[in-house]
Design a binder for this molecule. Structure first.
Ligand SMILES: [Zn+2]
Length: 273
C-alpha cells in the first residue's frame, strides 16, 4: 500500500554522475512511481572519473549524458549540475594534489550550500539526501557533499535530511565470508566506510525497482570499465551474491530520528525519541 497521500518533492544530492545509481536509485524510482517529484543534483560532471578515455571536458559531457539517461530511467523530473570541478582522487585515495581550479573540495561550504539551497527553495523541497560524514568510501567530494548538503538544508529550511549510506555490518560480514573464496579481495577500504547498522534509521526495500536501478547503472557505461576507486568500480568488485543484498535495500541515516528507529519509507514520520 502506498503510505503517502500527498505528492511531495525530494532532492537527491550526489557528488558525481553514477553515485546515484548504487546509493539511491531504488528510492528515487520508488518515489517517482508513487507520484512524487524527484530532482537529481550533482556537484560536478565527474570529468576526472576513471574511465577508458582521458579525463577532461569530453568525459564530463559523456558523463552528464549518462546522468540524463539514468535520471530518465528513474523517473526524475529535473537534473541540476552545480558546476564545480571534479576534485579527482589521489592514487592511494584522499585529496589529489593536481586538482583543477574550482574543485568541489576547495569550494567554500557556505557558497556551495547557497547554490544548493537555491534549488531546494525553488523546488520547495520536502526532503534532501546527502552522504554520511565518512563520505561513503571516503572520496573527498563525497565528504564535501555531507558538509554542503547539511548546510544547504539549514539555509533552505528543508524538513527532512537523509544521509544516504550502506549498512557496513552485513557488507563486512559478507566480504569476510567472500574472502575465503576470493583471497585477493581487499576489504580494508570497507572497514571504515559508510555507516554501522546501529546508526541507520531507514531501510528502504527497493527490490521491486531492481529493473530501474540496473538501467540506471547501465546508463553509466563509461564508469563500468576502467573504473577503480569510484563507487561503481568499488561496488562492481563485490561478489555477486552480496551484490543482490546491496541491490535489495537502500540505507539512510536521519539524525533527528531516535537511535534504533527502523523506518521503511523516506517520508515516514519518525517515532518520538
Ligand atoms: Zn562519486
Amino acid at each position: 500500500m502506498n503510505p503517502i497521500s500527498t505528492a511531495r518533492t525530494a532532492v537527491f544530492f550526489h557528488a558525481h554522475p553514477d553515485d546515484e545509481a548504487l546509493l539511491t536509485a531504488g528510492t528515487m524510482a520508488m518515489l517517482a512511481a508513487e507520484g512524487h517529484r524527484v530532482v537529481l543534483v550533482v556537484a560536478t560532471s565527474g570529468e576526472r572519473g576513471q574511465a577508458d578515455v582521458e579525463p577532461g571536458e569530453a568525459l564530463g559531457a559523456t558523463r552528464m549524458a549518462e546522468l540524463y539517461a539514468s535520471a530518465a530511467a528513474l523517473g526524475c523530473a529535473r537534473v541540476v549540475n552545480l558546476g564545480y570541478a571534479d576534485s579527482g582522487l589521489a592514487p592511494g585515495g584522499g585529496v589529489a594534489d593536481d586538482r583543477p581550479d574550482g574543485a568541489f573540495i576547495d569550494a567554500d561550504v557556505e557558497e556551495a550550500a547557497g547554490r544548493l539551497a537555491a534549488v531546494l527553495t525553488e523546488e520547495k523541497a520536502d526532503l534532501l539526501t546527502t552522504y554520511d560524514p565518512a563520505g561513503g568510501y571516503g572520496h573527498p567530494d563525497h565528504v564535501q557533499v555531507h558538509r554542503v548538503g547539511g548546510r544547504a538544508a539549514e539555509i533552505a529550511g528543508t524538513a527532512i535530511v537523509l544521509e544516504a549510506t550502506v549498512n557496513r555490518d552485513p557488507l563486512l560480514r559478507g566480504l569476510r565470508l567472500a574472502r575465503r573464496f576470493y583471497p585477493q579481495l581487499d576489504i580494508r577500504a570497507f572497514e571504515r566506510a559508510y555507516s554501522p547498522g546501529d546508526v541507520i534509521t531507514h531501510r528502504v526495500a527497493v527490490r521491486r525497482f531492481a529493473r530501474q536501478k540496473r538501467a540506471s547503472m547501465a546508463a553509466h557505461a563509461s564508469q563500468a570499465t576502467g573504473a577503480d576507486t569510484r563507487t561503481l568500480g568499488v561496488m562492481l568488485k563485490i561478489p555477486r551474491p552480496l551484490y543482490r543484498l546491496i541491490f535489495g535495500t537502500e540505507w539512510y541515516v536521519r539524525r533527528d530520528a531516535p537511535l534504533g528507529s527502523r523506518l521503511r519509507h523516506p517520508f515516514e514520520v519518525p517515532p518520538k525519541g
